[in-house]
Write a protein that binds this ligand. Structure first.
Ligand SMILES: *[C@@H]1O[C@H](CO)[C@@H](O)[C@H](O)[C@H]1NC(C)=O
Ligand SMILES: *[C@@H]1O[C@H](CO)[C@@H](O)[C@H](O)[C@H]1NC(C)=O
Ligand SMILES: *[C@@H]1O[C@H](CO)[C@@H](O)[C@H](O)[C@H]1NC(C)=O
Ligand SMILES: *[C@@H]1O[C@H](CO)[C@@H](O)[C@H](O)[C@H]1NC(C)=O
Ligand SMILES: *[C@@H]1O[C@H](CO)[C@@H](O)[C@H](O)[C@H]1NC(C)=O
Ligand SMILES: *[C@@H]1O[C@H](CO)[C@@H](O)[C@H](O)[C@H]1NC(C)=O
Ligand SMILES: *[C@@H]1O[C@H](CO)[C@@H](O)[C@H](O)[C@H]1NC(C)=O
Ligand SMILES: *[C@@H]1O[C@H](CO)[C@@H](O)[C@H](O)[C@H]1NC(C)=O
Ligand SMILES: *[C@@H]1O[C@H](CO)[C@@H](O)[C@H](O)[C@H]1NC(C)=O
Ligand SMILES: *[C@@H]1O[C@H](CO)[C@@H](O)[C@H](O)[C@H]1NC(C)=O
Length: 607
């Protein structure tokens, strides 16, 4: 008896040992009521067919009354609905376990480890419809998560860099007579200031080698303990757009008051058109959702670690995730001048879309060095086009874009491109205002952070005199009806040919028409016909860039004068903001924020 009981005792201890070792492993519990609980010893989440509704961490429910976690496309119109038969749990290696949820559109996978505070997520397309917006998101408890942190935090104060920017309370948006809705998700207070979700947008850090993270922060209720929920993208190739891709990140949900942490893995908020059809197997992620104590320094360190681990070794995939190669090259202008610091983009082969609007495939963004050399590692095998454009500096007067189609990347191969020659416009400069870099950097009022209505600080009338005015004498955006003039002289005998006026616009709003005249003779216009489909960046808090385009006008020889000339820009037609027809004298601002944002203007001899 004694022998048996000690045998059973030993057995029980062994079983207990095995169980306690397993306790640390990630788990999937079928709750028997069409809900499941996933997690590890640090956190757990209970999900139904659409929403992760209860997120337990350190004994607190971080979702509370909010909507929780879900995946959706085309705004709130389509929330993915997952099969409620048990999701599949698979051990990937000694560390990682995947838990897959199947929807008719594709497979959504969580990847957990015993010690990871958070989880990786990825989505494999089966049959998503053509779409513009595709996202995963958390709608979290708003008494816990009170602040937002983005890559633009450095442009706020020191306190914000630590705590984040406070989210505007719902009470200031709804049920208040002191604000009035002026535009989509935008309200104006009596003092003239604005509340808008677009102010917390930021450039998605998508450039290779740069940490990519944002989050929402606060304190665990009833404690002084910090909490942070972050999205970290160790890889960036599944995100749409080019170097200047910007998106919404965190905001106050304006109906319910939830704290929203968005992960716009395919977004269109600052682009003209970006609707894509996706191949079966097109994969987004894995990206990391990460919980910590609210320290941005810790999250930043984590983001740097994730970049080093990308592409993740544990990823088991039939869709080419592990089939990658490297590419390098060197670009020179007209074959004789290094394309110093040029923006380098590897995107869709033979595409007619502007780079910021490409999104069906996989994308790689980097900058060349001072000699025009570049290298991108871990590119998914396939066909690409390589594009390059100036990013300011000594090549900031190149108005052409380099395009090389049919670039092939093969698995486990290094593609060393032959010397690449980028043909410039080859014209002689008369003058140029601003550097070509696809942004309004340097001009008056431009630059981060995103801010609604900043363009209204630009004057209606402005005069810039070539030779004496500086960059700050030109404003970043023209939105007010009025005239902006550039005055310049031409020396006697210099007029031997026609000239070309190049207008590089960092953003342009549809419906705006501006006339351009030289010495009071109309020469061309900025309009949808010349600039293409507009983008919403200017009225969605854009202060630096949007969807870049180039308008060029030929100026006949006879229109130029020796001595004094004037080029005038005049807004001729412009729509008011959607609902911005406020006649309340207390609010009173009936201006439009539609117009165009400048990148660079140049006049050159057309020889
Ligand atoms: C989920 O986490 C909470 C603590 O935050 C814990 O009390 C609970 O037992 C966990 N649930 C499971 C199924 O492990
Ligand atoms: C998707 O979920 C959100 C959050 O609960 C909700 O507001 C929206 O109405 C849902 N969409 C549909 C079509 O049910
Ligand atoms: C939080 O959400 C509740 C509704 O659940 C809302 O009444 C409240 O105003 C919100 N809090 C803030 C600070 O916006
Ligand atoms: C808000 O304005 C409406 C109409 O102007 C008025 O009926 C209402 O009493 C006001 N509410 C508050 C809280 O002032
Ligand atoms: C968060 O934890 C880190 C260590 O992981 C520590 O250095 C930091 O001081 C903590 N920050 C806060 C705000 O609690
Ligand atoms: C591919 O692009 C090149 C240059 O942009 C163009 O000349 C060619 O016609 C395109 N090919 C096809 C098949 O569209
Ligand atoms: C690039 O696209 C064009 C047009 O579709 C096609 O003809 C060409 O074969 C493609 N190049 C490669 C390398 O796939
Ligand atoms: C590609 O680059 C990666 C990362 O630098 C490196 O580990 C790998 O060996 C390279 N592959 C080839 C084929 O050069
Ligand atoms: C801009 O100039 C025009 C023409 O001189 C003038 O009528 C208008 O009042 C000016 N606008 C402002 C805001 O000064
Ligand atoms: C520069 O911006 C300030 C306001 O920020 C404005 O008062 C001034 O008129 C602007 N000047 C020009 C040339 O844009």
């Amino acid at each position: 008896m004694a022998i048996f009981s000690s045998f059973y005792c030993l057995l029980a201890t062994l079983v207990h040992l095995v169980l306690s070792l397993n306790v640390a492993d990630p788990f999937l519990i079928d709750n028997g009521d069409k809900t499941f609980t996933i997690g590890n010893s640090l956190w757990n989440l209970t999900l139904n067919s659409q929403f992760g509704t209860k997120l337990l961490y350190k004994g607190h429910d971080l979702v509370g009354a909010a909507s929780g976690h879900y995946v959706s496309y085309n705004g709130a119109a389509n929330n993915l609905t997952f099969d409620v038969s048990p999701p599949r749990l698979q051990k990937l290696n000694s560390e990682y376990t995947s838990i897959s949820f199947l929807a008719k559109e594709g497979l959504f996978v969580w990847v957990l480890s015993p010690t990871l505070s958070g989880a990786y997520q990825y989505f494999v397309n089966h049959n998503l419809p053509q779409l513009g917006e595709f996202r995963t998101l958390w709608r979290l408890d708003n008494s816990t998560f009170t602040h937002a942190w983005t890559s633009e935090i450095a442009d706020y104060g020191v306190k914000e860099q630590i705590d984040g920017v406070p989210l505007v309370p719902l009470s200031q948006i709804r049920g208040s007579n002191s604000t009035k809705k002026v535009q989509d998700e935008t309200w104006q207070r009596l003092d003239g200031s604005f509340i808008t979700k677009y102010d917390l947008a930021a450039f998605l850090p998508v450039v290779e080698g740069r940490p990519s993270l944002w989050g929402t922060l606060g304190k665990l209720p009833g404690t002084n303990e910090g909490i942070g929920s972050w999205y970290i993208h160790g890889g960036k190739d599944y995100l749409n757009g080019d170097h200047l891709k910007q998106e919404l990140m965190n905001h106050r949900e304006s109906i319910t008051g939830d704290t929203v942490q968005l992960n716009m893995i395919h977004g269109t908020h600052f682009q003209s058109i970006s609707r894509d059809n996706f191949a079966r197997g097109r994969t987004w992620g894995p990206f990391l959702w990460y919980l910590n104590n609210g320290s941005s320094a810790d999250a930043l360190a984590k983001a740097k670690e994730e970049m080093k681990l990308w592409p993740y070794q544990w990823m088991k995939d039939d869709n080419g995730f592990n089939s990658r190669g490297n590419i390098s090259g060197q670009l020179s202008l007209d074959g004789n001048r290094p394309a110093s610091n040029a923006a380098i983009f590897l995107g869709d082969n033979n595409s007619t879309l502007r780079t910021v609007n490409q999104g069906a495939g996989y994308y790689y963004r980097t900058y060349a060095d001072h000699m025009g050399r570049f290298r991108i590692d871990n590119v998914r095998s396939g066909s690409y086009a390589l594009q390059a454009w100036p990013n300011g500096g000594i090549i900031a007067d190149v108005f052409t874009t380099f395009v090389r189609n049919d670039v092939v990347i093969s698995a486990n191969k290094h593609t060393a491109l032959p010397a690449l020659s980028w043909a410039t416009q080859g014209r002689k400069k008369i003058w140029q205002i601003g550097e070509l870099d696809r942004t309004g950097a340097g001009f008056n009022n431009s630059g981060p952070p995103h801010k609604h209505g900043r363009s209204a600080n630009c004057p209606a009338n402005l005069t810039y005199t070539v030779g004496t005015s500086g960059l700050r004498d030109w404003c970043f955006a023209m939105v007010k009806p009025g005239t902006w003039s550039i005055k310049f002289g031409i020396l006697s005998g210099e007029i031997t040919s026609a000239a070309v006026l190049s207008l590089a616009l960092a953003s342009f709003t549809s419906g705006v028409v501006a006339t351009i005249s030289i010495n009071e003779k109309s020469v061309c216009e900025i309009s949808q016909a010349t600039a293409g489909e507009g983008d919403p960046s200017l009225y969605r808090s854009g202060t630096l860039a949007g969807d870049w385009r180039l308008v060029q006008c030929k100026i006949a020889k006879g229109l130029l004068r020796e001595d004094q000339n004037s080029i005038d820009f005049k807004i001729k037609q412009q729509e008011r903001e959607h609902e911005w027809t406020n006649s309340d004298p207390k609010i009173g601002n009936v201006m439009s924020l539609r117009g165009f944002m400048w990148d660079s203007i140049a006049l050159e001899w057309d020889n």
